[in-house]
Design a protein around this ligand. Structure first.
Ligand SMILES: Nc1nc2c(ncn2[C@@H]2O[C@H](COP(=O)(O)OP(=O)(O)O)[C@@H](O)[C@H]2O)c(=O)[nH]1
Ligand SMILES: [Mg+2]
Length: 326
């Protein structure tokens, strides 16, 4: 793996990662030491909030800069226009990105990858990073839909909210504001954007500042905000459709990168993410090993007992574990 991967090779490798093919791990092992240079940004929020449009406009703006970075977009969203589920206007919008050799766009399918789509996404990001993509934008549907905790992969997380619908803010309901480094109120061209901004402002004031939540759900010790990390989650008004506020958003991202670097917070986050990643993969491997080792009859027995409510699921799991002990 001395040479840089061509787009075609990259696309093939990603497919092999998605499919959980064994050989893909050898490629990942070889590429891993070469990764670590990319800026990795997660973009999350409710379906329809405008994440795909926003990500496309971010990519376009980045590619329009002097000495533009190579940009990769990873969409973990089955309804994403990147996956072909676009309405016509969106497709036209994506077209010039598709023609840019400095942009790589990929949507993730959640096929049989061991450890699921979260591990596969992390691996795809590693491959893109090692292949010289300097900015990697990951679009994921917000909490509860696809269980990709983008905070476990990204250096900076953008939570996208759009005005309208109910007065209840999606991000607050879903609790994803907790992982936000930057909040975007998209569709600022629409009525109610100012109200959404002030509602989000109050919600953010109630949340702890710079709490360093990344990887916090993971189990490994996630220390509360390090005193050297100074960051107030900004709210940026954007109209991705009208290409307004994109420069301000990129500026907020740049400032966040500086804040992460300043007090060593970026490195602390990275270590926590790696620990969480190892634990998640270990959990998956242990599960596979246990399922493999358990006797089929024992397994069917506890399933049946639990099914007729004679056995609590926790007790069922404990019994299976006991059969494995020498
Ligand atoms: N009015 C308005 N519509 C937008 C804006 N951004 C996206 N949209 C529209 O909102 C819809 C959903 O956008 P999409 O990017 O697919 O959202 P996603 O599901 O979060 O990825 C599409 O019809 C977009 O054209 C915006 O800034 N203003
Ligand atoms: Mg989308």
């Amino acid at each position: 793996m001395e040479h840089t991967l061509t787009r075609r090779e990259l696309a093939r490798l990603i497919t092999r990662i998605e499919n959980g093919e064994r050989g893909a791990q050898d490629a990942l092992n070889a590429l891993y030491p070469r990764a670590g240079n990319a800026r990795i940004v997660g973009v999350t929020g409710a379906p329809g909030s405008g994440k795909s449009t926003l990500v496309a406009e971010m990519a376009r703006a980045l590619r329009g800069q002097a000495d533009p970075p190579r940009v990769a977009i990873v969409a973990v969203d089955p309804s994403s226009p990147f996956s072909g589920g676009a309405i016509l206007g969106d497709r036209i919008r994506m077209r010039d990105l598709h023609g840019d050799a400095g942009v790589f766009i990929r949507s993730m399918a959640s096929r049989g990858a061991l450890g699921g789509i979260a591990a596969a996404t992390a691996d795809v990001v590693t491959v893109l990073d090692a292949s010289g993509y300097q900015m990697i934008l990951i679009e994921t549907v917000g909490a509860g839909q696809l269980e990709v905790d983008v905070a476990r992969i990204a250096q900076s997380v953008i939570v996208v909210e759009a005005p309208g619908a109910g007065d209840e803010i999606q991000a607050v309901k879903a609790g994803i504001l907790e992982i936000a480094d930057i909040v975007v109120v998209n569709k600022a061209d629409r009525e109610g954007a100012a109200q959404t901004v002030s509602a989000l402002k109050s919600a953010l004031e109630l949340a702890p500042v710079g709490a360093g939540h990344h990887g916090a759900h993971a189990g490994p010790a996630a220390p509360a905000g390090h005193p050297s990390y100074q960051w107030q989650t900004p709210i940026v008004k954007v109209s991705a459709l009208n290409r307004e506020g994109i420069a301000e958003l990129l500026d907020a991202l740049r400032r966040h990168a500086e804040a992460l670097a300043a007090g060593g917070e970026g490195e602390r986050r990275r270590r926590r993410q790696i620990e969480a990643d190892i634990q998640a993969r270990l959990r998956e491997m242990l599960l596979q090993r246990a399922l493999h080792a358990v006797a089929r009859a024992d397994y069917q027995q506890v399933l049946a007992d639990a099914g007729r409510r004679a056995l609590h699921p926790a007790e069922a799991a404990r019994r299976l574990l006991e059969t494995l002990q020498p």
